[in-house]
Design a protein around this ligand. Structure first.
Ligand code: GDP
Length: 448
């Protein structure tokens, strides 16, 4: 199902990872190709848009971890965004309710509803040792009732006997009663399908739902129908409130758009996927595994994950190194401030700087205000790189420009510069052997 998309995406990302350095234009060009590949794979436009927006925002904000290339970093970002789009975690069928637990199966005719009902019944029986009762509510198509009876026998699951002339609601009531009397754990109700959505069908299913109070309402949708599957899911969910989706024919050569759009468009998880006609051709839907299959770059993703675990330590060490060398410009200050901001206070940062951990409690009580830190970072962001490296050039007119650019007052800019000077002096002193010791230095930096 995902081969076409997979080939394209891995081609695009492969080009990126082979580059030494990446410009913003490289990333944008790659994203344009990603966008085209997703559209060709029949992914819903709104999903394509939010996907590429998310990747761009994350790529711009990301810091490249030492020991991976920027291209590898982008692969990791695309991967993570793909996992988010697919729904992050696997979401299995939930049976946590007082038995008999009702599962209502809904969907269009031909979507694979009856087949999926039998597959799920088999899985619950074999793997979870549940006692399952199957019932077909398709009163208009005797063949459908027969089909469920045949499949039930095949997988060794009991099927409610057919009684001619009963309505869907009557059958549902009988199924629930039989399940209660017979000590069943689960009742699976296979509702009637139509070839198109119609109100009569919806009303009938709604009535069955009201009667049986199902714990799961599973919509079965055919992945080969692409966007139609997504629209069907949206319509069923709007009318009935579904709890999850079973996507069938994922073994077919569809373009993958339905699988990729389903979660983002409906907000409902894909719980299971049908991958063939056999009764055991049913898989759990694991977003991370699917993302790996689509990108085919699992190695890079785990490499970046491993490297990222060390990113904070790397930064702390760099700051410690600057201290030793006695150099400290506004770029360093910004880096330090954002570390502090990210860690939610001084405590965390201090713990990372070797040799200062003991001071943690005292420094934590200095309690730098997150808002102040945010404003200070904004002020530094409004400076040019040259100004950040050499703040001495900052005279009145430049300060005014920076204040206007960051929405701050000139006094705030002055206060920040003063704080930077104190920090830089402190660094210098510590670099020269730090007569008062690194602990006193750090405490002074934050005005203690
Ligand atoms: P219903 O009308 O929705 O109940 O659809 P059925 O359960 O009768 O399925 C219609 C056809 O699709 C049958 O021939 C099934 O064997 C086939 N089918 C169902 N699920 C899958 C699947 O995941 N993969 C493949 N390849 N075929 C499937």
């Amino acid at each position: 199902m995902f081969e076409g998309l997979s080939d394209k995406l891995s081609g695009i990302l492969d080009k990126l990872t082979r580059r030494g350095a990446l410009t913003e234009e490289d990333v944008n060009a790659a994203l344009r190709e990603v966008r085209r590949a997703l559209i060709e794979a029949d992914v819903a436009l709104e999903v394509v848009r939010s996907f590429t927006d998310k990747v761009r925002a994350r790529a711009v904000g990301a810091e490249v971890v030492k020991s991976v290339t920027p291209g590898q970093m982008v692969v990791k970002i695309v991967h993570d965004t793909l996992v988010d789009t697919l729904g992050s975690e696997a979401d299995p069928i939930n049976l946590e309710a007082v038995p008999p637990v009702a599962i209502l199966m809904v969907g269009l005719q031909g979507s694979g509803k009856t087949t999926s009902t039998a597959k799920i019944a088999k899985r619950l029986t074999d793997r979870e040792r549940k006692k399952v009762l199957l019932a077909s509510l398709d009163t208009r198509r005797p063949a459908a009732m027969e089909q469920l009876a045949v499949l039930g026998k095949q997988v060794g699951v009991e099927v409610l006997p057919i009684v001619a002339g009963q309505s869907a609601v009557q059958i549902a009531r009988r199924a629930m009663e039989s399940a209660r009397l017979g000590g069943f754990d689960v009742v699976m109700l296979d509702t009637a399908g139509r070839t198109t959505l119609d109100e009569a069908l919806m009303a009938e299913v709604a009535e069955v739902k009201a009667l049986t109070n199902p714990h799961e309402v599973l919509l079965v949708a055919d992945a080969l129908t692409g966007q139609d599957a997504v629209n069907t899911a949206r319509a069923f969910d709007g009318r009935l409130g579904v709890t999850g989706i079973v996507l069938t024919r994922v073994d077919g050569d569809g373009r993958g758009g339905a699988a990729l759009s389903m979660r983002a468009v409906t907000g409902k998880p894909i719980k299971l996927v049908g991958v063939g006609e056999k009764m055991d051709a049913l898989d759990e839907f694991h977003p991370a595994r699917i993302a790996n299959r689509i990108l085919g770059m699992g190695d890079i993703v785990s490499l970046v994950e491993k490297a990222a675990q060390t990113i904070d330590q790397e930064k702390a060490l760099r700051i410690a190194d600057k201290m030793r060398k006695g150099k400290f410009d506004l770029d360093d200050m910004r880096e330090q401030l954002s570390q502090v901001e990210k860690l939610g206070g001084m405590g965390g940062l201090v713990g990372m700087i070797p040799g200062i951990a003991k001071m943690k409690d005292q420094i934590a009580s200095a309690n730098m205000d997150g808002k102040v830190i945010g404003r200070q970072i904004a002020i530094i962001n409004s400076m040019t790189p040259g100004e950040r490296r050499n703040p001495d050039v900052l005279k009145a007119s430049r300060k005014k420009r920076i204040a206007a650019g960051s929405g701050a007052k000139v006094e705030e800019v002055n206060r920040l510069l003063k704080q930077h000077r104190q920090m830089a002096d402190m660094m210098k002193m510590m670099g020269q052997g730090g007569k008062r010791g690194p602990m006193a230095g750090l405490a002074n930096m934050f005005g203690m």
